[in-house]
Every structure is written in structure tokens, then in C-alpha cells.
Design a protein. Structure first.
Lengths: 209, 455
């Protein structure tokens, strides 16, 4: 399964409806593809190209720029250890080295059973909680080496499946704009001056003249 | 200068476990700022924000009200894009604001859209922040249901949709034109300015305001309490309150909302309510005052206030409110390498000085750390820096479309000019530096400059 399933296609169309130009939905749709398959397949990119009115090459061009999109299968759990400056000086590199030992793989690779992929990542905005890591983009702050091992055990034992979904699923709550509340997209090719601005135009910083 | 008892403006709800819910938000004065804004003319809301002298909190520190005024008259639609792509190393505040008080951000977005006349808003949240995405999605859904967003908000003629958009992992997208490219579905390569100043030609080449999360989070308070009340806090050009993340070798690392302009670095690093001093009774060696892109400061700068203009005169910046503290045991060569590696990895590749320069800086630093450094390497590093940012001055000269390249040169110049002996210890031989480095933070400012900054 690589093109969007009927359910995901509905989600994709809802996402598309929120942008004045379809191409803007490229990144959200790549996330949706990754949620469906765990990684971004060529067929999914072809489907996204159809939906956004672009070409598969254009979708690939965007996809390949962004760190989070994986164009080959990765582990169920993507373990991202931060080694940037605040973490580095608080033991982030030691944590990464320990993770390599515990998982038996080098950063950038996946365990043979396909459970874990380990990455050495840039700052993830938890600098005061160093050293820190993310598993499928769920944080662990101020993590010790022993806590890392316990985390790996818990993940292997399936104890954290409620908190940490399999790789690909990002936010589990999606935005829905109710039809009766929607203001609608602002068409870049021609939208009038907003009524609330026009009503006060003579006083409004020369906003219309 | 001291620790002040000024009221918390944007972190006021952080103490509640349900701070992210609509119920808590409304129970603590939420959406009152929007109500107050809707009772005014849009132009008067702009004036209120100009009176507040709210400096942008993303990094560049440009006054928000002035930025809004750059939209060309009569050109519509206008868009608002929220920059929630927080990823400058050392920076941790926008994620907290999005996770803990999403409605405050949403209310700020609505006020900005009303004031500027934006017909649609896009809230760009960094891809790696799954919890922030969930909290904002829930908050948007609840706020739509309650009539705070969408068509005819609060029964007025003000209508706007806010669209939540997830990023996918790229530091460069924090640069506003790179963010707009990303939002259009492209690789996040920055655009040339001019002509692509977002306020004139932004999203879909329409007038677009790009504001940082923390900047917008201040708006409900400003509209409710008045711009003058905001401007009464702080000093000189730095008004109101500001979030600073203090990380590294302090006893009590944390994110603190402090009075801008008057609180000093010493307060933030040493006061028991903030950093609490250097851990383990060690001495302070250096600190980064504003994120990885900012030239470093040293113990002699501790009594300087967190005031944008004053810090600028020292040859560095408060940037994104990220202070990273190094104690006396820190290996400054390795710290320098790690920062440079970041910029090398994150360079988008569009401009040659940055793409090639950051890569070579990393390779040379790697060979020094690996024990294969040469005495001429320090001059070579600075020469590469000089080709990315001519003169190594402050404000930095730019040979590239965006400031990423020049940012990579600051840790190199900071580390070499101050800790040359540490590099020489790795290299095993003395080095001679002939490249001229002009930035005052790199060259130790004269005592009278320091004295003026402390006053």
C-alpha cells in the first residue's frame, strides 16, 4: 500500500482544502504518506503529485530537503539523540555513544530486527533539559544512561505504545475547520480589501486610497 | 539592575496543569484582548502595538508594529505567517508557549490579523514538535467551536481562518523567506531581499507578515492593558518582558520570563530564582548570549543588562533569547566544532560562500580535534570566515542571501580570538594570526565601552 488509502485520501483532500494553492499541501501530505507507510514511497510521491498538480520530481525535490522524511524504511522507533551545544556540554555525546552500544548500531542505522533507528540530531529545543532525546518525536528530558536502557526495554516490551506511536505518526490530533465556521481561503489572485479594514479605511494608515 | 518583580505576561499560566485548555484560558482572562481589539479600529490596534515598542522575539529584534506598517497600501490579500520553527541551538521558549498556552498564541494571531487586515493565517510549527502540534490542533478546534476563529468572529465583521501547518526538519526554514518557500511546498531556500521582503512580496508574492510565536503571544496583554503599560516595563529600546532559556553549566537551567532591558546577565546566570550560579562551584568561562549565531561573551560582560541596543554595541546580540553557559572545564575547540557542524549540516546549499565555507570550516576543525591540525590552520579558518563575512565585523557583512553563513563564522572567531591557546594545545605548536578580525566581541572591547554598557 503506497498510494493513499480511501480514509487517508479523505484526510488528504481535507488538508488540501485549507490552502489557496494546492502545492502548499506538499509537506503535510508527505507527513500523511509517512504516517500510512512508516516512510515515504515513490508511489506515495506520485499520488501527492497528482493531488497537488505537480510532478513526482517536484515532490521528490521537496521531500528530499527535509530531515524528517525517510525515503527508505526505518525502525518502528526513531531515536533522535541531540548532540548540539547545550546537550554536548551536558553529556549528549556520551549519551549517543551509550545508545550505540546498547542498540548495537552506529548512529544513522537501524537494528536488524527493524525496531530501532538511531540518529545524531541537531537542537530539538529542550536545551535547559539536557541531555535530551526524542523517540518518534516524543521527548525524554535529562535522560541518564540507565534511563536510556530502561526506555529501550520498555519500547521493546511494548509498554509505551499508547504514548509513542510507530514511526510516521506525528500529531494524533488533527485540525478540522467546521464548514459553518470557515472564513475560507484568501485567493492570492484577487481578494478584496477585508471588510473590517475597509469599514475604517479613511483612518487606517492609508491602507486604501 | 536587579531581579524585578514585574508581572509575568506570557508565561502567566504555566503553573496550571491545564494551561493549554480553553476552559483555563477563558477563566484567566483569555480572549478578552481580542474583544478589546475588536472594539477598536484596526489602525488603533497597530498604534497600540507601536506604543508598546514590542521588538520581534525571533532573533532579528525588529519592532513588530513597524514591520506591520511595511505592507503596501491597497494590495490584498495580506497573509499572516506564524514562525513556530524554533530551532536555533540553545533556544527553548516558543515550544513551551505552544505546548502550554496555545490559545494565547491563537489570540495573538487573531489580533494581528485584525490589525493588519490579514485574510488568512498559517501557523507553521516545527515538524519535530508533536506535542505542540497536538495542543495547537486541539486549541484551534475548540476555538473554532466557541466562535473565536473563522467567520464573523464574536459576531463582528472580522473573519479569518488559521491553518495549522507542520514543518519537516530544516533549520533554514526559521528564516522568514525560507519559511515562506516551505509553506508554498518547496525546498526551504531563502529568497533574495530585495525584492522579496515578505511584507511586500511574501506568501504567493502577496504582502505577508511573518511574526515569531513569542512576539504574537504578547499581543493579548498589550491590547488588554495598553501599549503604554507594556512600554513602562523594561528600558531603552527593550520593553516589556522576555523569555530567556538559560542552559549549560548552571545549577538551575530553565526558561525564565524576565523584565527586558534591566535584568543583567549576572542576574540571569547567578540569581537563585534564575540560573543559581555555575554548578559544582566552578568558574564561568564564557557564555553565548543569543543562540548559536551570536558572538560569545565572557565574565567581564556579566553586569551588562539584557538590552538589545547595549548588547549590540558589544558586538553581539540577544538573538532568540538563548543563553548557553560554559564553565572553566569546557573544551572550547570541541564546542566550536559542534556549532560549526550544525551550520554545515543546515546550510541549504543555495549560496557558495555558505555551502562551501561551512563545509571547509567543519573539516579543518575536525582535523584539529583529531590531532592532525597544522599551525597555519587558525589563520586558514579565519580566512574562510573572512570570505563568508568580510572583515568579521559587527553588524556582520553578508556575502550570501541569508545570515546562516555569517552565523557559522561567529563561533570560529569567538573561540580562536579568545582561546587560541586551546587550539594550539590540540595542534601542538604556536600559531600566528594575520587575518584581521574587527568585531568588538571577538577582540575584547576597550574598558570604556564595557563601562558604558554596564551603566
Amino acid at each position: 500500500m503506497s498510494r493513499f488509502s480511501p480514509d487517508n485520501l479523505r484526510t488528504a483532500l481535507e488538508i488540501l482544502s485549507r490552502y489557496p494553492r494546492a502545492k502548499s499541501a506538499t509537506i503535510p501530505l508527505l507527513h500523511l504518506a509517512q504516517e500510512q507507510d512508516g516512510w515515504v514511497t515513490d508511489d506515495a510521491m506520485a499520488h501527492i503529485a497528482e493531488l497537488t498538480g505537480t510532478t513526482p520530481a517536484q515532490v521528490l525535490g521537496t521531500c528530499s530537503f527535509y530531515e524528517m522524511f525517510k525515503r527508505e524504511p526505518v525502525g518502528t522507533y526513531l531515536v533522535n539523540v541531540c548532540t548540539n551545544i547545550s546537550c554536548q556540554i551536558m553529556g549528549g555525546e556520551e549519551l549517543l555513544h551509550h545508545a550505540e552500544q546498547t542498540l548495537g548500531i552506529k548512529a544513522g542505522s537501524t537494528t536488524p530486527d527493524g525496531t530501532f533507528t538511531l540518529e545524531d540530531v541537531e537542537c530539538i529545543a529542550a536545551c535547559t533539559e539536557a541531555p535530551c532525546l526524542q523517540v518518534n518525536y516524543r521527548y525524554r528530558h535529562k535522560i541518564t544512561l540507565a534511563e536510556f536502557d530502561a526506555l529501550v526495554d520498555d519500547l521493546r516490551a511494548g509498554k509505551l505504545t499508547d504514548e509513542i506511536p510507530a514511526h510516521g505518526t506525528l500529531a494524533r490530533i488533527r485540525q478540522h475547520i467546521p464548514a459553518d465556521r470557515a472564513a475560507g481561503n484568501a485567493d492570492p489572485a484577487g481578494a478584496p480589501e477585508p471588510v473590517w479594514l475597509a469599514a475604517t479605511a479613511p483612518d487606517a494608515e492609508g491602507a486604501s486610497s | 539592575m536587579a531581579v524585578t518583580d514585574a508581572p509575568k505576561i506570557i508565561s502567566s499560566r504555566f503553573g496550571y496543569t491545564d494551561s493549554h485548555t480553553l476552559e483555563r484560558y477563558v477563566a484567566t482572562g483569555g480572549y478578552k484582548g481580542l474583544e478589546a481589539a475588536l472594539a477598536k479600529k484596526p489602525a488603533d490596534v497597530v498604534e497600540e502595538v507601536k506604543t508598546a515598542s514590542l521588538l520581534g522575539r525571533g532573533g532579528a529584534g525588529f519592532p513588530a508594529g513597524v514591520k506591520w506598517g511595511f505592507c503596501p497600501p491597497g494590495v490584498f490579500p495580506r497573509y499572516l505567517v506564524v514562525n513556530g520553527d524554533e530551532s536555533e541551538p540553545g533556544t527553548y521558549k516558543d515550544r513551551l508557549l505552544m505546548e502550554k498556552d496555545p490559545h494565547q498564541l491563537i489570540e495573538g494571531v487573531l489580533i494581528a490579523c485584525y490589525a493588519v487586515g490579514c485574510a488568512q493565517a498559517f501557523l507553521y510549527v516545527r515538524g519535530e514538535m508533536a506535542l505542540a502540534q497536538e495542543r495547537i490542533a486541539q486549541a484551534l478546534n475548540d476555538a473554532y467551536a466557541a466562535g473565536h476563529i473563522g467567520k464573523n468572529i464574536h459576531g463582528s465583521d472580522f473573519s479569518v481562518d488559521i491553518v495549522l501547518h507542520w514543518g519537516a526538519g530544516a533549520y533554514i526554514v526559521g528564516e522568514e523567506t525560507g519559511l515562506i518557500e516551505s509553506l508554498e511546498g518547496n525546498r526551504g531556500l531563502p529568497r533574495l531581499k530585495p525584492p522579496f521582503f515578505p511584507a511586500a512580496k511574501g506568501l504567493y508574492l502577496q504582502p505577508t507578515i511573518v511574526n515569531n510565536v513569542e512576539t504574537l503571544a504578547n499581543l493579548p496583554w498589550i491590547v488588554t492593558n495598553g501599549g503604554a503599560a507594556f512600554a513602562a516595563l523594561g528600558a531603552e529600546n527593550s520593553k516589556g518582558m522576555r523569555m530567556f532559556a538559560v542552559s549549560g553549566h548552571v545549577k538551575n537551567p530553565g526558561v525564565f520570563e524576565v523584565e527586558f532591558g534591566v535584568t543583567t546577565f549576572r542576574d540571569l546566570l547567578y540569581a537563585p530564582v534564575y540560573g543559581g550560579g555555575i554548578r559544582g562551584g566552578k568558574q564561568l568561562k564564557a557564555f553565548i548570549p543569543g543562540g548559536a549565531s551570536a558572538p560569545w561573551l565572557y565574565p567581564e560582560h556579566l553586569d551588562v543588562p539584557l538590552e538589545a541596543g547595549t548588547v549590540g554595541k558589544l558586538g553581539t546580540m540577544l538573538g532568540s533569547g538563548a543563553i548557553v553557559v560554559f564553565d572553566e572545564d569546557t573544551d572550547m575547540v570541541k564546542a566550536c566544532l559542534r556549532l560549526v557542524r550544525f551550520f554545515a549540516r543546515e546550510s541549504c546549499g543555495k549560496c557558495t560562500p555558505c555551502r562551501e565555507g561551512t563545509t571547509w570550516l567543519e573539516k579543518i576543525l575536525e582535523r584539529i580535534v583529531d590531532g592532525h591540525g597544522r599551525p597555519e590552520d587558525l589563520d586558514l579558518l579565519l580566512d574562510v570566515c573572512d570570505n563568508i563575512s568580510v572583515g568579521m565585523n559587527w553588524p556582520p557583512k553578508q556575502t550570501t542571501i541569508c545570515p546562516l553563513g555569517q552565523s557559522a563564522t561567529t563561533p570560529v572567531a569567538s573561540a580562536i580570538m579568545r582561546f587560541q591557546d586551546e587550539f594550539e594545545a590540540y595542534i601542538g605548536a604556536p600559531s600566528e594570526i594575520t587575518v584581521e578580525v574587527k568585531g568588538p566581541a571577538f577582540t575584547r572591547p576597550p574598558e570604556h565601552v564595557l563601562e558604558a554598557a554596564r551603566d
